[in-house]
Ligand binder design. Sequence first.
Ligand code: ITT
Length: 191
Amino acid sequence: MVTFVTTNPGKAQEAESYLGESVAQHAFDYPEPQTDSFAEVAAHGARVAHEHVGGPVIVDDAGLSIAGLEGFPGPFSSYVKETLGIDRVSRLARREPDQSAAFHTVVGYCDGDPVDGDGVTVDDGTPPVALFEGVVDGRIVAPRGEGGFGYDPIFEHDGRTFAEMTTAEKNAVSHRGQALSAFADWYGDRT
Ligand code: ITT
């Protein structure tokens, strides 16, 4: 059993849909270092979460980068959603000529033991953390759809917003689905 340490029930639901009963959510708000690197946040978070939980953990650090806004809100996605809200982010983005955007995530795994493997970014800190990245391209639109969470209603991929997809449909194309898929392949070989 791997513990997904996140305060975000939407992320946990996607991981459970993808990985089944081998994952369970634990809500713990680990401190995030001030950096614009999702990988650094995920690596730090995985170590702190492992120390807190005591067993194998994953964490997920994600963010939305809007091309016409120079990558904003990026590492500030959580703060910007709480302060501006997604409607205003959408309006700001749609004033720009380029509305393309990308969602990034890095999943960090830590169980205290050494990690290794093909296609995996291996962090050399202590304790070691395995990192799995995912990125999906899309564009910012006016809010549509009732599903998903966070920025999903304003992020359109292949003609539908993530909020217009089921969890399984979103996982099949999303940043998180890609990272979870890489993690699941790697973890299957480890256990
Ligand atoms: P934890 O750090 O506790 O996991 P969080 O919601 O703070 O939860 P992030 O910092 O990774 O997680 O997320 C940054 C913001 O991006 C936050 O507002 C999320 O709701 C949003 N977000 C993350 N993944 C998303 C997704 O797949 N679709 C839409 N919004 C997402």
